[in-house]
Design a protein around this ligand. Structure first.
Ligand code: A3P
Length: 299
């Protein structure tokens, strides 16, 4: 079964079967008890969310995290507010064992929830900061294609490459429409307590991005700190340390695989898109995002 057949739609967005439609519709996330100092990484899936979380974790050693076994991970907000099914039994046990309200501030969190379904208006009042990551959607799509092939042993696969491209363009994949998701979040600024980063700028110069984020968080770092952050968050280091940042079991990924770290490069789309697919993507996705926010990476 193609992924889109198992998704449901709320506010125009496709949600996965893990989500609870009633909770999404009733905006259950609004009731989450945010606390001053919470920092939330938000981004369309496969934009580099996990890397950004690991970079933030490496920047400061006092984050409130979900600790379970050797894993220390950012609170996954939808799992705490919008899910009806967990990825696996291990994940269920994890969520039931680690209570969010017991996690000390400053808590680090992550989410893929679209801006229109998120309590953005509350964040500033509560002193909650958001860091939004965006990435060239062609690379996002290549990344998603491989991710869903292996996740849950392919149960939520996006189909073959041709179908994957078409479903993304036609907004039939999980979390699409990408243009609206990224467009809405990307237009929020410092005045909303939202800071913008891109995967491409992290690849190009991580120290600069780390310095800017440290300023946004009002927690400056030394050059030694920044060197350490860069050294400890490379693709190679992260590829070999999945168990340190994610609690998963074999129901979800084949043993020994790391679904969160693949190539970790800019421009892998050139190895996948045909000229015709790229041109179609440009006319349906590229033109729209440029008209909404020309600062979003697009190639
Ligand atoms: P690719 O599949 O293109 O390699 P997300 O965390 O939002 O799901 O994003 C996953 C993407 O981030 C994957 O892209 C993954 O390889 C990449 N990624 C993970 N860790 C990285 C790192 N340390 N440096 C660069 N890219 C990384």
């Amino acid at each position: 079964m193609a992924q889109f057949e198992s998704c449901f739609v709320v506010d125009g967005y496709r949600f996965l079967p893990y989500h609870d439609k009633a909770k999404v519709e009733s905006r259950a996330v609004d009731k989450f008890k945010f606390k001053p100092g919470d920092v939330i990484v938000v981004g369309f899936p496969k934009s580099g969310n996990t890397w950004l979380v690991e970079v933030l974790k490496a920047m400061y050693n006092d984050w409130g995290l979900e600790k379970y076994g050797e894993a220390e991970s950012a609170v996954f907000l939808e799992e705490r507010t919008l899910y009806k099914n967990y990825f696996s039994d291990k994940r269920k046990e994890f969520v039931e064992t680690v209570k969010c309200e017991d996690i000390p501030s400053p808590r680090l969190m992550r989410t893929h929830i679209p801006a229109t379904l998120f309590p953005c208006h509350l964040l500033k009042d509560k002193g909650v900061k958001v860091i939004h990551i965006s990435r060239n959607p062609k690379d996002v799509l290549v990344s998603a294609y491989y991710f869903w092939k292996s996740w849950a042993h392919g149960a939520l696969s996006t189909g073959d490459w041709e179908q994957t491209v078409n479903d993304f363009i036609e907004d039939r994949q999980a979390f699409t429409p990408w243009v609206r998701h990224v467009g809405d979040w990307s237009l929020k600024g410092i005045e909303d307590n939202v800071f913008q980063v891109t995967y491409e700028e992290m690849k190009q110069g991580l120290p600069r991005v780390v310095t800017k984020m440290a300023n946004f968080l009002h927690r400056p770092l030394t050059e030694e700190d920044i060197d350490r952050v860069v050294r400890t968050t490379t693709v190679e280091v992260m590829r070999n340390s999945l168990s340190k940042f994610l609690v998963l079991d074999d129901d979800i990924i084949p043993e020994g695989e790391n679904p969160m770290v693949r190539k970790g490069i800019v421009g892998d789309w050139k190895n996948h898109f045909t000229v015709a697919q790229s041109e179609l993507f440009d006319s349906k996705i590229g033109e729209k995002i440029r008209s909404i926010n020309p600062n979003i990476p697009y190639q």
